[in-house]
Ligand binder design. Sequence first.
Ligand SMILES: NC(=O)c1ccc[n+]([C@@H]2O[C@H](COP(=O)([O-])OP(=O)(O)OC[C@H]3O[C@@H](n4cnc5c(N)ncnc54)[C@H](O)[C@@H]3O)[C@@H](O)[C@H]2O)c1
Ligand SMILES: O=C(O)C[C@H](O)C(=O)O
Length: 312
Amino acid sequence: MKVTVVGAGAVGATCADNIARKEIVDELVIVDIKEGFAEGKALDLTQTTSLLGFDTTITGSTNDYSKTAGTHVAVITSGIPRKPGMSREDLIGTNAGIVKEVATHILKYSPEAILIIISNPMDTMTYLALKSLGLPKSRVIGMGGALDSSRFKTYLSLASGASQNDIQATVIGGHGDTTMIPLTRLASCQGVPFSKILSPDQLEKVASDTMVGGATLTKLLGTSAWYAPGAAGAAVVESIIRDERKVIPCSVYLDGEYGESDICIGVPVVLGKNGIEKIVELELNETEKAKFKASADAVRNMNKVLHDMKVL
Ligand SMILES: NC(=O)c1ccc[n+]([C@@H]2O[C@H](COP(=O)([O-])OP(=O)(O)OC[C@H]3O[C@@H](n4cnc5c(N)ncnc54)[C@H](O)[C@@H]3O)[C@@H](O)[C@H]2O)c1
Ligand SMILES: O=C(O)C[C@H](O)C(=O)O
């Protein structure tokens, strides 16, 4: 199996590192537009092979996509990250052109590839890749919910003292500071609902901390996060490559599910060898449904910018 990671920056290199350590592919290719950068990251990672004991061939390429031929899964992380004070949506002007160009190059050499979109604003970039390339909806997957759900688990754990590994918690909706929906009603610790563990005020604080999780890190780091995003990207790749059929919230094209159509937005999906094997429809209450609709309206408004920019 072969995986390509486009963008050898903070998220791309961390994702590649995690994929290599998991030993889930024979070949890993990293591509970047910056001369020598992907080759350098690939060589550096290769030199961890004997230290970490994995056996994956890692190569780098400066924009030569012929090296990516035969890719099963391509992870797109190329583009600019936000700086403190910015929103993810502020990145659309630069990243839309990059994502469209990169996805086109990947598909030229690997027409059957499954695309994992990480570049922000991720829901809109996922929609752009799917629509501009006319790909089947099972093969274009936005990574956001996996990361947001892991942050939700971190904040639930910090508030309650429970182990993150005992927690089940899901974030749906857009991958934006105001659009994501941490499902506090459904969060549980080994079968015990968090509504029985934390007070309503504590749960509300956990939800709002989760929603601004990316912005909090951007303020601390001066740029956006990479360890958890890279690990979340690798977890999505792993479920596909190993055909694990894990349920992971991802941004996917909806065609009537959750009452929405013609939009990519975060919902739980089964990830297996064909990409999206199934969309899981959670039973939302009226409040959650209203939040999901508001989130979808905001994402749809952002998608309109793609037409204004004439990239779609
Ligand atoms: N979806 C998520 O959950 C999530 C999480 C973290 C970051 N992100 C997003 O991922 C993106 C990357 O973040 P980062 O911190 O790795 O940024 P970074 O600046 O460290 O890396 C981006 C890399 O993309 C490369 N690049 C730019 N244009 C390219 C092109 N046309 N072809 C190939 N490579 C190109 C750059 O040279 C750079 O090395 C950002 O848009 C960020 O907002 C998304
Ligand atoms: O916060 C960002 O801009 C990057 C990413 O979407 C994240 O959630 O870490």
